[in-house]
Structure formats: C-alpha cells, structure tokens
Design a protein around this ligand. Structure first.
Ligand SMILES: [Zn+2]
Length: 315
C-alpha cells in the first residue's frame, strides 16, 4: 500500500506518494509561506488530495522542523515557521480522509536512511546532518528514538565546549556552533584573515565579496590546503561529538548527511581520526562505521511516508 510523505521546509514544501519499497511514485513541490500557517495547511491539504488521487493510501506523514510532541500530533515550536503549539495533526485529519502523523524533519530523514539508504543493514544508527546547522536522528534496536517527550535526538545542541560560543537555542557551546556549515565558513574566514595557507580563500573572498559555501566547497574539491584545513577543523569537532555519542548510544553506524557531506571522504577521514582519538576505552570499544547519507534530497518525504505506513499498520 502507498503512503504520502510531506516535508515542510523553511522555503519549500515537498510532497510524494511513496510505495512500500520506498520508491517515489508522484512528487510535488510548492513554496512555503512561513508566517501564514493557514496557507501552509491549505497547501498541504491540496498536495495530499492531488498525490492520493487514484491510489489506496495507508496514511500521511508530515515532517517539519522543530519540537513535535510524543503523540506525534502537535508542533510545539518550529524555528523557521510561525508554529507555536500547533495541533497540526488534528487540523489535517479533519480535512483529509487519512490518518496523519507529524514527525521531526531530521528524524524523518534519518529513518529514510535507516530503511532504504546508508543504514539499511544495521539495527542501531546515529545520523548527523551538517547543513547550515546540525541536525540529528537516532535509531535504536530498529526503532526511532524519540525520548519521553518526543524531543530527543537534538544532537546539534549537545554541548561540546563549556561556556563556549552562544547558540540560537539559548545555550552555549553546542556542537552546532563548531560542526555546522556556518562554522565551516567561520573557519574559512579566519584562515583567509591569517594569510599563509588561507591565501586562496582570501583571494576567493576578495573576488566574490563574501565567502559562501559554494566557494569553500569548490576549493575543497580543488584540493586547496586552506579549504581542507577548514574542513578538517569541522571534522575534528564532529568526530569528538560522535565519540561521546558512541559512549551513550553504541551505534553500529554514523551516517553523515547535509550539504557539507558532499565532500565525502575528505570529510569522513578527519571525522574518523578525531573519533578514534576521543573514543572512551579506545581499543576495547567496538568501532562503528562512518558513511555519507545516500538519499540526499528525498529523505524527508520518503522517511515521513514510511513512518506513517508503519504507524497505520500498528493500529
Ligand atoms: Zn544550541
């Protein structure tokens, strides 16, 4: 039976009709009006109706950034959209003839990797998504780990530096401030300021006016020593955080996703090195694998649809 996955991002809403092998049968994408909650609801209802047309649909999964309650029905808070205690599930179920679940977007992407991507051969997996910020998902004993209140796996807000840099969450020293795409740009700018190995980064900054992820990733691909040093710094922090996560969760696999993961082994190598340098009980603790995510763009909709199908099968 098919299921529908919807992924509400800050600028786009993606939707897909997905079969029970995780293959996308139909796809749709529309702009997000981030401050107009009614518009988002209307758009999602229209997308569900069109995607479902002519098919038997088991359920609908909606992925959204932010804190979702343990009953998977209410968005407590979303950073990029004006949701505050939004009873989204109830509102949608009143308007479409399907069961609906709401899921955190990083959890949905992690679940898709676990079912159909890099994590399909393991039972315990931890995913770190390195985009502008750092997202996370945990699968433990073949189940999505949501915690007691539904807000688990906010791995980007794990503290790695006591009293460190202030974070958007209100705390200080979160890994998001040291291992995100934004942090990569900070390292690149610091190297450009220092001259020496950062000379090509400085030249790119002068040419474009401001360093963006595009220039830095081009220099990484070209093997520029400055850009690679910035990437190694990021990898160092992600490896450290992964070592702490391994002590707590003992996953067989870490999946690294997000835009920065396009660097592939150039990113995984420093992560693995730093992981081993910081792993508690090194030499005795079994060592997990590190892999790049496989379902880059479709993970949110595929994961949300799959979770909805599994939910519908349980009731
Ligand atoms: Zn934080």
């Amino acid at each position: 039976m098919h299921a529908i996955g919807i992924d509400i991002g800050g600028t786009k809403i993606a939707g897909a009709l997905v079969d029970d092998l995780g293959q996308i049968v139909r796809f749709d994408r529309r702009p997000t009006h981030a401050v107009d909650i009614q518009n988002i609801e209307d758009t999602v209802v229209a997308m569900i109706t069109e995607l479902a047309d002519g098919y038997d649909v088991a359920a609908v999964g909606v992925a959204a950034a932010g804190f979702i309650d343990a009953a998977q029905s209410t968005v407590y808070y979303a950073p990029n959209i004006s949701y505050r205690n939004e009873p989204f599930r109830e509102k949608l179920e009143r308007r479409v003839p399907f069961r609906v679940i709401i899921e955190n977007d990083a959890n949905a992407a992690g679940w898709a990797e676990f079912r159909y991507g890099a994590g399909r051969l393991v039972s315990d997996m931890c995913m770190l998504t390195i985009g502008t910020g750092v997202g996370g998902a945990i699968v433990s004993s073949d189940r999505m780990f949501r915690g007691g209140f539904g807000a688990a796996a906010e791995l980007g807000h794990m503290r790695v530096v006591p009293d460190g840099l202030p974070c958007g969450c209100g705390a200080r020293g979160c890994i998001e401030q040291y291992g995100s795409g934004r942090a990569l740009l900070r390292y690149a700018n610091e190297l450009a300021d220092a001259g020496g190995v950062g000379i090509a980064l400085a030249a790119a900054r002068t040419r474009v006016g401001v360093l963006t992820g595009h220039e830095v990733s081009e220099l990484i691909q070209a093997g520029d020593p400055g850009a690679l040093a910035a990437l190694r710094e990021l990898g160092h922090w992600i490896g450290q955080a992964s070592a702490s996560l391994a002590a707590v969760l003992d996953p067989q696999l870490f999946v690294i996703g997000g835009g920065v993961a396009q660097a592939g082994d150039l990113l995984l190598d420093p992560i693995r090195q730093s992981f081993l340098d910081n792993l508690p009980a090194r030499g005795y603790h079994p060592e997990p694998e590190f892999r790049i995510a496989e379902l880059v763009n479709d993970a949110g909709v595929v994961g949300a649809a799959d979770l909805a199908r599994l939910y519908a099968a349980q009731i």
